[in-house]
Design a protein around this ligand. Structure first.
Ligand SMILES: Cc1ncc(COP(=O)(O)O)c(C=O)c1O
Length: 325
């Protein structure tokens, strides 16, 4: 694969044992792939995808990138910071409940603005039409590169193909055999890249994406579509990779947590020293605990919890500490 890529993330991210978490939850040996450490402002999974998208934007001679997401989008925050690092302007189409800016910028949105991104707010109804809105904005601008939601297309997924090449020797060094790779799944690019990467390497892993909002069928459909796009564009076709999406831990929906979820997220922080945001990694870690409680993951197994970042969003959820005090 000779796709252009720029170095933005601090790689390889560590693969660490979460000893106290494994002991407290009494199930499999839990490891954490620390993509929360891909950078400070650039932390999380999105920067892996942006290494390919921003390289393509620069190759195309663009001076601006346009992308979209929720107001608290990690992807939009990472895009704004990464783009400014390489001298590109950012336009963000941000979904807010009333199509207006939030009263006070917090969490990721604070950082989007700090990075100088031009923020345009749209209602959830208009957001359904995001691709057209971004294409029109690009046409009006004249020299912009459009990055789809979550940077989840065949190009962005290459970031997680590369990530599987990164984790393969780490698994081998630690004698981790047939791990379950448990991660938060949303726009499907992360899962798609993992599957493609595992297929390329013939890695014996079981990839499970825990949906953070959408029905499992929808996310699985999205993964299959991206896998086909990826095959059409870059060749190869992963086979024999064990993967699935579960929506058992979506709870009340995207970005909404129950008191029970907040309690598990806080517990996980207090057992690891790591930050789990309620929208993504918090939902995924909650799901992992429930899987263990139901005996679906047993003490003889190894689980790699792929920590996909999202830490800044905790500042938008005061309930995380309030509910535990
Ligand atoms: C912190 C975090 N984890 C996981 C995901 C899900 O990744 P993907 O959209 O590639 O499925 C996202 C996406 O926004 C995210 O911000």
């Amino acid at each position: 694969m000779n796709q252009s890529r720029i170095g933005l993330a601090h790689l390889p991210t560590p693969l660490e044992p979460a000893e106290r978490l494994s002991a407290a939850w009494g199930g499999p040996t839990i490891w954490v792939k620390r993509d929360d450490l891909t950078g400070f402002g650039l932390s999380g999974n999105k920067v892996r995808k942006l290494e390919f998208h921003l390289a393509a934007a620069l190759d195309a001679g663009a001076d601006t990138v346009i992308t979209c997401g929720a107001v608290q989008s990690n992807h939009c925050r990472a895009t704004a910071l990464a783009a400014t690092r390489v001298g590109l302007h950012t336009i963000l189409c941000l979904r807010s409940s009333d199509g207006k800016p939030p009263e006070a910028p917090t969490g990721n949105h604070f950082l989007q603005r700090l990075a100088g991104a031009e923020c345009r707010f749209i209602t959830p109804e208009k957001y359904d039409d995001r691709e057209r809105i971004m294409t029109q904005a690009a046409a009006a601008h004249g020299n912009a590169w459009v990055i789809p939601e979550g940077a989840s297309d065949a190009l962005g997924a290459l970031g997680f193909v590369a990530a599987m090449h990164e984790i393969a020797p780490q698994l081998e060094d630690r004698s981790i055999v047939r791990p379950v790779i448990w991660h938060a799944a949303s726009s499907a690019g992360t899962t798609t890249g993992m599957i493609r990467g595992a297929g390329e390497l013939g890695l014996d892993v079981d990839i499970i994406g825990s949906s953070v909002g959408d029905p499992a069928d929808d996310v699985e459909h999205h993964v299959r579509t991206l896998l086909s796009e990826s095959t059409a564009r870059f060749g190869g076709s992963p086979s024999d990779v064990s993967w699935r999406i579960t929506d058992e831990y979506v709870g009340r929906g995207y970005g909404i947590s129950t008191p029970e979820e907040f309690a598990v997220q806080t517990e996980a922080t207090r057992l690891t020293g790591m930050i789990f945001d309620p929208a993504y990694t918090g939902k995924a870690i909650y799901g992992l605990k429930r899987e263990i409680e139901q005996g679906r993951l047993t003490p003889d197994e190894h689980v790699v919890f792929w920590h996909t970042g999202g830490g800044f969003a905790v500042f938008a959820y005061p309930e995380l500490v309030e509910s535990s005090e």
